[in-house]
Design a protein around this ligand. Structure first.
Ligand code: ADP
Length: 647
């Protein structure tokens, strides 16, 4: 007896021993496996006619034996495959749910979405799988009770394909006998598997005239075989499109956007596309396979055809069906097919148009979408030398300092006068950017600032160059609102610059209010770009500028400071500017700061402060207006300002 892999064992436990409201989905899982297996054989049969057959899936309830059998004439499994495919669970979507959402949710989810083959153990206490792989002479039997392990032996099967026999559990709290009732099975197939492209057959009483009911049986097709993407709106059951998505892509959240399109023109195709609510768990890893399933007249040609969607729309999932592709050419050739490219172009346009529509009609939903996939669009705008930038620029959202919400470039520009620049500030998060010293004066001036929180944002701005005639300008660029003149302070500026020893140039600025200094960059490389590039191992350097607010008391005080204090003060101020920009401080910063503190306190300490009693301002309350003049409290201490004077 072979053991299940450790992972499967845990999961099996979860599947079998938890309470489900929805055990019936086991049938959908087994039928969907059978259909996949037929897909694989059908594809091979396109180039090897000997593999062609009357493809079908058959259900056989047997009341006497208390078994339900699901048989397919698909590709089949050999001994190794039986062991590997049915002995591990990693391939199935549920392991993922468990990792992502924790055990409790999983228990609810399995009921809804199934765990593939293992769901058989929700209704059976023993499962026997007899399978023969195409091209093989022998068949193998896999058998398990779902808990102690499994056994594989040699067996018999006349043709290639797979037979799954479920030995149903005894009825108790649950009724398992219903899965032996033809009518119930028929209902389940209609409910969950109607779109399966191969006939799902079962022996049912013949309906022909003159035949007594129940006398003669015939194999009857249970499903309509119309794929969901081929169904008209009025043929679609409620939430059938969402269900198809959730089941196919192992997602438990309905998609945020569903796009259906049918094109008849130079190339004919039907597509059913989905934008998920959240990125797939592996979306940002190289395991994620971008692309759509490609069908040719209902035959699956490629499971994930990456050529059908551009990289930046890699999050879109779904199906394309076209009658126009020649099936008997290799996948490699197909991928470079002119018609395939025409379909891809059409789909890209359609998706972008639908996103634009969503942005204009349901902003809240669009923001949700952008939260999940905005980065992908941004990289799309930047990648390949910005070839897609114009298609994407109006879909991008940025946080607005003035409006405190996400807005588009167009919305931002609406409030600009001719010639005014689009002002932006870079930083890790909205919260951090909001605290940048540079924003103070702009706010006082009623000028809005866009927050660039993604590393790629500033690169996109460079790529775009301008929007609607407005150039982009970084608040830390050294030019924004920085027209201050040295006005007689030239020697002070020069002295600070000398102390900085080439680390930064020094320029006056009027963009600061309560801060004495901030850091900026002149030239083409911004501080943000320097940071991004150095994170990628580059060595580009921004030309740093220390911008000083000549009206700030700290700068004014520098004029009269002695040499040592001056040196320390410049160190402290420069490091303050570094900190505000999110940089680490220099090693000499803390000792300089300590000396400044000591001299500050030291200068104040010896002075005898004569505390004048503070007169508390009259408080006018509605009850006793004018009467509440309090006596100054004995304990009152005067507030002392930095320079030692009392206020
Ligand atoms: P999933 O279908 O999500 O991959 P399952 O547990 O349902 O997970 O199945 C595991 C694997 O077993 C499948 O990927 C497939 O390779 C194989 N398999 C299951 N049922 C069949 C079948 N009827 N015919 C051929 N192979 C099958």
């Amino acid at each position: 007896m072979k053991q299940f892999k450790a992972e499967s064992k845990k999961l099996l436990d979860l599947v079998v021993n938890s309470i489900y409201t929805n055990r019936e989905i086991f049938l959908r899982e087994l039928i969907s496996n059978a259909s996949d297996a037929i897909d694989k054989r059908k594809f091979l049969s396109l180039t090897d006619a000997s593999l062609d057959t009357d493809f079908c899936i058959e259900l056989k309830p047997d009341k006497a034996a208390r078994t339900l059998t699901v048989t397919d004439n698909g590709i089949g499994m050999d001994e190794k495959e039986l062991e590997n495919n049915l002995g591990v669970i990693a391939a199935s979507g549920t392991e993922r749910f468990k990792k992502e959402k924790g055990k409790e949710t999983v228990e609810g989810l399995i009921g809804q979405f199934g765990v593939g083959f293992y769901s058989a153990f929700m209704v059976a206490d023993k499962v026997t799988v007899v399978s023969r792989k195409i091209g093989e002479k022998t068949a193998h039997v896999w058998e398990s009770d779902g808990s102690s392990g499994f056994e594989i032996t040699e067996g018999d099967r006349a043709e290639a394909g797979t037979t799954v026999v479920l030995h149903l559990k005894e009825d108790g709290d649950e009724n398992y006998s219903c899965y032996l009732e033809s009518n119930h099975l028929k209902t389940l197939v209609k409910k969950y598997s109607d779109y399966i492209r191969y006939p799902i057959r079962m022996l049912l009483p013949k309906k022909a005239e003159g035949v007594e009911k129940g006398e003669v049986y015939e194999l009857t097709d249970l499903n309509s075989m119309v794929p969901v993407w081929k169904k008209r709106k009025n043929e679609l059951g409620e939430s059938e499109l969402d269900d198809f998505y959730m089941h196919t892509y192992h997602d438990f959240t309905p998609p945020i956007l569903t796009i259906q399109t049918h094109i008849e023109g130079a190339v004919e195709y039907t597509a059913l596309l989905y934008v998920p609510s959240e990125p797939a768990f592996d979306y940002y890893t190289k395991d994620y396979k971008r692309g759509l399933s490609l069908y040719c007249n209902g035959v699956l040609v490629m499971d994930v055809c990456s050529e059908l969607v551009p990289e930046y729309l890699g999050f879109v999932r779904g199906v394309t069906d076209t009658p126009d592709l020649a099936l008997n050419i290799s996948r490699e050739t197909l991928q470079h097919d002119r018609r395939l490219r025409a379909i891809a172009t059409g789909l890209e346009k359609k998706i972008l148009a639908e996103l634009e529509k969503l942005k204009n009609t349901d902003r809240e939903k669009y923001e949700k979408f952008f939260g999940a996939f905005g980065k992908a669009l941004k990289f799309g705008a930047y990648d390949n030398y910005g070839i897609n930038k114009d298609k994407l620029k109006d879909l991008l959202l940025y946080y607005s300092d003035a409006q405190k919400k996400n807005i588009t470039l167009k919305e931002y520009c609406a409030s600009l006068k001719e010639g005014e620049a689009i002002t932006y500030a870079c930083g890790e998060t909205v919260e951090k950017i909001a605290m940048l010293p540079q924003l103070e004066a702009l706010r006082a001036d009623n000028r809005d600032v866009l927050y660039f929180t993604d590393v790629v944002d500033e690169f996109i701005a460079r790529m775009l160059g301008e929007y609607d005639g407005h150039k982009f300008e970084n608040v830390a660029s050294g030019t924004v609102n920085g027209n201050a003149k040295a006005d007689g302070h030239e020697s002070l500026i020069k002295r600070i610059e000398e102390k900085l020893k080439g680390k930064a140039a020094v320029m006056p600025t009027d963009k600061l209010k309560s801060y004495p200094v901030c850091l900026a960059a002149k030239g083409d490389i911004s501080l943000e770009m320097e940071r991004v590039m150095s994170a990628m191992g580059g060595v580009v350097k921004a030309e740093r500028v220390l911008q000083v607010n000549l009206t700030h008391p700290a700068i004014v005080a520098l004029e009269t400071a002695d040499e040592d204090t001056f040196t320390d003060a410049v160190t402290v101020l420069y490091n303050e500017a570094l900190l505000a920009e999110g940089y680490k401080t220099e090693p000499e910063f803390l000792s300089a700061l300590n000396r400044i503190i000591v001299s500050g306190i030291g200068a104040a300490a010896p002075q005898v402060i004569e505390v004048e009693p503070i007169v508390v301002k009259k408080k006018t309350s509605t009850k006793s207006a004018g009467k509440s003049t309090k006596k100054p409290s004995q304990k009152s201490t005067a507030k002392k300002s930095v320079d030692g004077k009392t206020e």
